[in-house]
Design a protein around this ligand. Structure first.
Ligand code: AMP
Ligand code: GLY
Length: 418
């Protein structure tokens, strides 16, 4: 099998690392990749957004399977373009990728499928949105309807904050067209958990649950980020929860999309709030999370490539995956300044020493090679992960690996998995 992974983050490094172990693999590329993917795949200088070039590369190189990491190319039709060229893609076509590309589409599907979710309403008119906010009061949640790279949600504690979010999205257009319409919804309270399923259009296979830590600072303080760390399985989650969520959330969504004639293939990621009334859907994503992917794949014992192929071929019905009993913890090392302007170019030493800590793995994201040295070249720069007998052991190894890394610009949370 000749496989092309699309993307350049820690998620894509983990995907390449896992796929590289498959006995089915003959050749592996990553577009555009990073210095980490370069250790287990051949990097190809094509941007993840360049659909025409990705399809051209796949054709010219007889690629059997494309594995997209990020959502943006899926929302703009990468899987459809590949299908047109006769290349398998383990990701949804644009119609099903609207689950992530449009918050209101996801809410409509949830309502039609009977999936519990926060009460919501969609607005295209800022005046109506503001009137709704004033009528409902706080706390309330304002979401840009379109794709916003994690910057389109405001959980407003006051009416004023919600009004400011409406003005920011709809009038100032801070997110461009993504904020032309908003979804305003009921604010839910509880612990969050992310659930991942591999889907073949009809059947779904559990990939596991993880807890992400989106805030920059310890104790969930500070600004939102793309994710500063992840733990799988989430401590305290009842063992029967994942299968119950498959039955109540993932499979109904798949059935509804199939009924609409736009079946979902690929990784479906449900962000859930564990409320006093049971789990409720916060959002769907149409891909692995980053850094959740890193900790999930560390726990996978089965061949990832065989599973992704089965998903593409509609054969998950009698497929089974085996998982390690160990827990996995992943801590993101970001560059000082993130999520704002991050310090670039700092030399990162000690990576071989970190990888020697038993159970530890270092996945690259925003790194670059300069004069033979690894330097910081992004916001989220590394995900330092470890497996352990339990969460505490995994956490201990991950932080010991971090201690071995010499990079003065690193910022990271000290409470992942605590
Ligand atoms: P989303 O991108 O929709 O997952 O939203 C990002 C984050 O906002 C989630 O991870 C939650 O922490 C929070 N959030 C989203 N929707 C709600 C809601 N209805 N109630 C409370 N928090 C929410
Ligand atoms: N870590 C959250 C995400 O990938 O969306």
């Amino acid at each position: 099998m000749r496989v092309l992974v699309v993307g350049s983050g820690g998620r894509e490094h983990a995907l390449c690392w896992s796929l590289a172990a498959s006995p089915l693999l003959t050749r592996l590329w990553c577009a555009p990749g990073n210095p980490g993917t370069a250790t287990c795949a051949e990097n190809v200088p094509i941007a993840a957004a360049d659909i025409a070039a990705l399809v051209g590369f796949a054709r010219e190189n007889a690629v059997d399977l494309v594995v997209p990491g990020p959502e943006a190319p899926l929302v703009t039709g990468l899987a459809d373009a590949l299908a047109g060229a006769g290349v398998r893609c383990c990701g949804p076509g644009a119609a099903a990728a609207r689950l992530e590309g449009s918050k209101s589409f996801a809410k409509e599907v949830a309502d039609a499928a009977g999936i519990p979710t926060a009460l919501w309403e969609r607005f295209e008119d800022a005046g109506e949105a503001l009137a709704f906010v004033r009528r409902r009061g706080a706390p309330i949640v304002v979401k840009a309807d379109g794709l916003a790279g994690g910057k389109g949600v405001v959980v407003a504690a006051s009416t004023e904050a919600a009004e400011a979010a409406v003005a920011d999205f709809m009038q100032a257009r801070r997110l461009g067209a993504a904020g032309a319409a908003v979804v305003i919804e009921e604010c839910l309270a509880g612990d969050e958990v992310s659930l991942f399923a591999l889907c073949d259009g009809t059947d779904a296979l559990l990939l596991g649950a993880a807890r992400d830590h989106k805030r920059l600072g310890d104790g969930d303080t500070g600004p939102n980020t793309g994710g500063m760390g992840a733990v799988s399985p989430p401590p305290g989650l009842p063992p029967e929860f994942p299968e119950a969520a498959m039955a109540g959330i993932i499979r109904p969504a798949l059935a509804e999309l199939a009924r609409r004639g736009t079946p979902f293939r690929g990784v479906l990621f449900a962000g859930l709030m564990l409320t006093a009334d049971g789990p409720k859907l916060l959002e769907f994503n149409v891909r692995f999370g980053d850094p959740e992917c890193q900790v999930l794949l560390l726990r996978l014992k089965s061949d990832l490539l065989a599973a992704l192929l089965a998903a593409c071929d509609g054969e998950l019905g009698d497929f089974d995956l085996r998982w390690r009993e160990e827990a996995a913890v992943g801590v993101v090392l970001a560059a000082r300044g993130y999520p704002g302007a991050a310090a670039q170019g700092g030399v990162i030493a000690g990576l071989p020493q970190a990888a020697e800590i038993p159970g530890a793995y270092v996945f690259h994201a925003g790194t670059e090679v300069q004069d033979g040295r690894i330097v910081a070249a992004g916001g989220r720069v590394l995900t330092v992960c470890a497996l352990g007998g339990d969460t505490a052991a995994a956490r201990d190894s991950a932080y010991r690996a971090i201690a071995a890394i010499d990079w003065p610009d690193a910022i990271f949370r000290r409470d992942i998995g605590a």
